[in-house]
Ligand binder design. Sequence first.
Ligand code: NAP
Length: 703
Amino acid sequence: MTTEKSENLVVFYASQTGNAEWIAKNIHQEALKRGFSSEYLVFDEHDKVELSKEKILIFVTSSTGDGDPPDNATKFFRYLRKVKSKTFLSHAKFTILGLADDALGLETVVDPWIENLWATLANVCVQKQGHNIDAEEIIDSVKTLSVNSITKTVQESPDIQTTNGKSNGQLSGNLSGVKVVLDFSEFDDTSQLTALPRIPVSCCKIVKSRKENFVSGSSLPSFIVTPTPIINSRLSFVRCLTHPGSVKKTLHMELDVKEYGKKIQFSPGDAFGILAPNDDILVRDVLTALGIDENEAKQEISVEPVEGTELPTHLKQAKSTSIIELLRYAVDLTSLPRKALLRMMAEYASNSLERKKLLFLCSKQGIQQFNRLREQIPTILDLLVTFPSCKPPIERLLDALPPHKPRYYSIVNSPLLNSDALHFAFNVVDYHTPDPYNVHRLGVCTSWLNKLSGNITEEGRSLAPLMIDIPIFMEINTRSFTIPPDISKPLIMIGPGTGVAPFVGFLNHRELQMKNLSEYSEQFGEMWLFYGCRKKEKDFLYRQELEGFLKQGILKELLVVESRAPGAGLNGKPKYVQDLLRNRGSEIFKLMSQNEAMIFVCGDAKGMAKDVNESLADILVEHGKIERSDALKLLIRWMEERRYLRDLVVGLNDPNKDGNYAGYQLTRITFKKWKNNQVQDDHNRPLPSFRMHSSRHLLKRRT
Ligand code: NAP
């Protein structure tokens, strides 16, 4: 093995929601600062470098869907699959940072990983003269602070008041933000703060146009980049699927796309993205909190990269736009704050106590209060009103906030029935944070759609054509989550709540297939639907349609369970879809084993999909007389063979939050976990094709 150091390194990223991109960009920029010669590329641009020659490769990637590559890695993934050489990359030293879900705060895991990276890189990669600083020295200066050394900054404002544990739900002055409830009784001025996150790299610069132009904001900003062309659909019909008094309100909507004719092609199970703006009042109040007046906010500007840096993808096209448009469409104002955001805010807090508290919150010592802050799901406005002396320049916010993402919805109708419209269903995200906070929160897209359609409440009520424009785009479906072309395959469909949406599309499609191919009626495979709601009379979504499918024989079995029926879950009474599956175990086993049924699961990733997987394994063990480990292996094989397909969404803590966490927009997630330095599947087994290395050990030669 040669000990010669490499001249340069390449950081690759693949990112669905912007997190992996943000982390990779920060690694790249810090590498430059440390004197390494670094390149930074998205996976799909892998042909811009010669992989067969590059010696140091750093891959930062998330996954999406049910373990699928992010959209900007699909080409690379195809390329990798074709590589037959057993010595591929054997010339290189590489490391992979695989991101799992964001529940704990990414910094907790990612920052130590990056720390180890610098020490390791210094041994294998050349650092320019003058930059050859001891890595530990840099880490210490960034990561440890003594609280009493934090001096007063620019201008003192009155010290903030934070309550000690009681909910205040307090609105701040004229602004709609709510002060975050925090308890700083354990914080004292003599504390040594450690494990502080890095301040995000400054890469955005706002450049004003020469002429004083104002941007009207009447059309969608041109900086929005979508994987397929933007379609201006018309909202034509709305129906409330739930009854008053149900736990959640579910709307069915129809979008008219006939203007686009054959350009729009879809199959049942496909999804499309909606480009909803951030809430107008939230945007207005963020501007006020930052001290930006209306004129300035509307003035034509461009976002340029700070010299020697690159803009993140979502800001690359931000030319001839305005600050207000950037806040409406470019950055996420409502997702859980990262520690790095708080760290950046601390730099701009003119009140020293606020500054100390912000630093405390993002340090190791402040972890409890940081978690408390996240429980309240504060928007950026809430943070600004909690720390009112903090007025970061808009550029620094652009650096630190994640990209604003489209929200995805499954299509409920079949193109065989109507290809001029896209029908979809969703829960209106509207909830209160848990006690003692009790703050009212709304989703971004679902609340926007709800407001646009007049906030209808009555079940069954529909509106006359609304003629409201909704910008959308079709998702590229790489998931095969669609009704199979082979009509003879039996289908077992499992979708509680709005997870039923794509199956209504499957059934619509089958209805038409059965009409058009009546001579083959004997050959159609059975369709079984397992559906769960809380109470049939309140939230049995698409009841009429589903019962109609059963009556017509399109559905062989419609199995519905009520989770809040008296006695549900007690004395063997089913509560959830997985209980119904077990009850019908022998028939399900027969369909799976003898008839090669396909299994489709749609809905919540965290609870439901895991439990359904367990019940399928139980069925295989009981009726197939196999070991549990073999049953689990078989299910994984079926997933790989695309016989067992899942369209899953993470809903953390409160399943009603599709907009704040990942929700549908963020993560059609994978179950693969990052544990013990490995990416693991649902059952804590390492995935051999995606093994993660700690950077301490990494950069070993691959043999
Ligand atoms: P939901 O209303 O929260 O729940 C539906 C039913 O599932 C309730 O009866 C609930 O019971 C039950 N449930 C709770 N925990 C469960 C578990 N561990 N196993 C089985 N059932 C369980 O459902 P939802 O919010 O509509 O959730 C559906 C998910 O599908 C969402 O995350 C949504 O984003 C996603 N999705 C939506 C679309 C779409 O096009 N709109 C498409 C794909 C996926 P209790 O509450 O009584 O416990």
